[in-house]
Design a protein around this ligand. Structure first.
Ligand SMILES: CC(C)(COP(=O)(O)OP(=O)(O)OC[C@H]1O[C@@H](n2cnc3c(N)ncnc32)[C@H](O)[C@@H]1OP(=O)(O)O)[C@@H](O)C(=O)NCCC(=O)NCCS
Length: 344
């Protein structure tokens, strides 16, 4: 069992692993590429696979962000091991490799999956029981829950939408699909209110046609809604936001519905509204319901628990702790039993 870099030619193989590992998710190659080698923030040292002989049996992708306290925060964007190869330390090798790389980049906290710039899901779906056990085993603690909603969509929905847009136009609001040239205005608006969403909205804007609808007032963007800037191969809505000064006028509802109609025109019959957010607003505006629950796990490396101090003491003197671990766990998985590994 050995760790190797995650290179673009391995995307079909890691997609196969992800399809087996994430049974509660819809996975395809485009999605896995977007989360790994195709990500704007792809860092080759934060993409790794575990191979047994020449077969990929697991992979992980990390990312670096900025936490709420302006300090570096590391993310495990994805981590998966084929069911047939579990509980043989493949997951541990992947996690330790990422933890070391992220800590070397000055990340004091590592968070699981809720990477705002580009995320697969906003945390670990709590039904992935092995994943929960694995993270607890490695000293991660659940810090909060995130939720996804879902709604049915169809092309002919909301026939009054045009009339609503005209009503708002009489009040001085222009509602229209964004154009690529609008990017500086959108970014200015996002920087003022939701800077964490800039990357996702820019990706939505680059779609053809652009996956962003805007409301303008006095030459300024005052509200937006976007889709497929993240998880572009899924029916993925969001993010959206309205300037607090112009809320309660119906702008958000119109922009949301315009996006959902676009998704219906693509052939989708449902939309995913991730990482909510204003649950009642979505329930009221598009009949959405709460669909999935994700637990966000974090580990803080600045206050080390005793088990970490012990682990570090055990590794003291090793110039490369990851290699030490690899050696410790190196075994022939075809012939040896788990008990022998545990006894090492
Ligand atoms: C989580 C996952 C990556 C772990 O991969 P793995 O190769 O089995 O991991 P390891 O062998 O290094 O460690 C497994 C540890 O997790 C815990 N664990 C896993 N399944 C468990 C179970 N059914 N009961 C109790 N503990 C369990 C144990 O601590 C176990 O160690 P042990 O075998 O020494 O008892 C794998 O289960 C997976 O791909 N799950 C689906 C995807 C997922 O949840 N990914 C997100 C995780 S960040």
């Amino acid at each position: 069992m050995r760790i190797e870099p995650l290179t673009p030619d391995l995307v079909p193989e890691i997609t196969r692993v992800a399809k087996h590992a994430f049974e509660f998710d819809e996975i395809d190659e485009a999605l896995i590429r977007e989360k790994t080698v195709g990500a704007e923030d792809f860092d080759p040292e934060l993409g790794v696979v575990v191979k047994v002989e020449d077969r990929v049996v697991g992979f992980a992708q990390g990312a670096v962000g900025v936490g709420d306290d302006d300090r570096g925060i590391g993310y495990v964007r994805l981590l998966a091991v084929s069911p047939a190869w579990r509980r043989r330390k493949a997951g541990t090798l992947l996690l330790f490799t990422l933890e070391n790389q992220l800590r070397a980049r000055n990340c004091h906290t590592i968070s699981i999956m809720d990477c705002p710039q580009n995320y697969f899901q906003p945390g670990l779906d709590f039904r992935y029981t092995e994943g929960v056990c694995f993270l607890l085993r490695h000293g991660y603690r659940m810090v909060h829950e995130n939720h996804n909603m879902r709604c049915d969509i169809e092309v002919g929905q909301w026939p009054d939408l045009e009339a609503e847009i005209k009503r708002l136009s009489a009040e001085g609001f222009e509602v229209r699909r964004a154009q690529f040239a609008d990017e500086p205005h959108i970014c200015e608006f996002l920087q003022a209110h939701w800077p964490a969403w800039v990357a996702e909205v820019k990706r939505a804007l680059r779609r053809d046609p652009p996956g962003v609808h805007l409301a303008w007032h006095n030459g300024k963007v005052v509200a937006f809604a976007a889709y497929q800037g993240n998880n572009a191969s899924l029916s993925w809505f969001g993010p959206m936001g309205t300037d607090p000064e112009v809320r309660k006028k119906g702008l958000g509802a119109i922009l949301l519905r315009l996006c959902l109609k676009d998704l219906a025109h693509q052939g989708w019959r449902h939309a995913i509204i991730p990482w909510v957010g204003p649950i009642s607003f979505y329930a009221r505006t598009c009949g959405a319901w709460l669909d999935r629950c994700f637990w966000v796990y974090r580990k803080d490396f600045s206050t080390k628990p005793l088990e970490w101090k012990l682990a570090e003491a055990a590794l003291a003197g090793q110039s490369d702790p990851v290699n030490k671990l690899l050696r410790a766990f190196s075994f022939d998985p075809m012939t040896r039993k788990e008990s022998e590994l545990v006894n090492k």
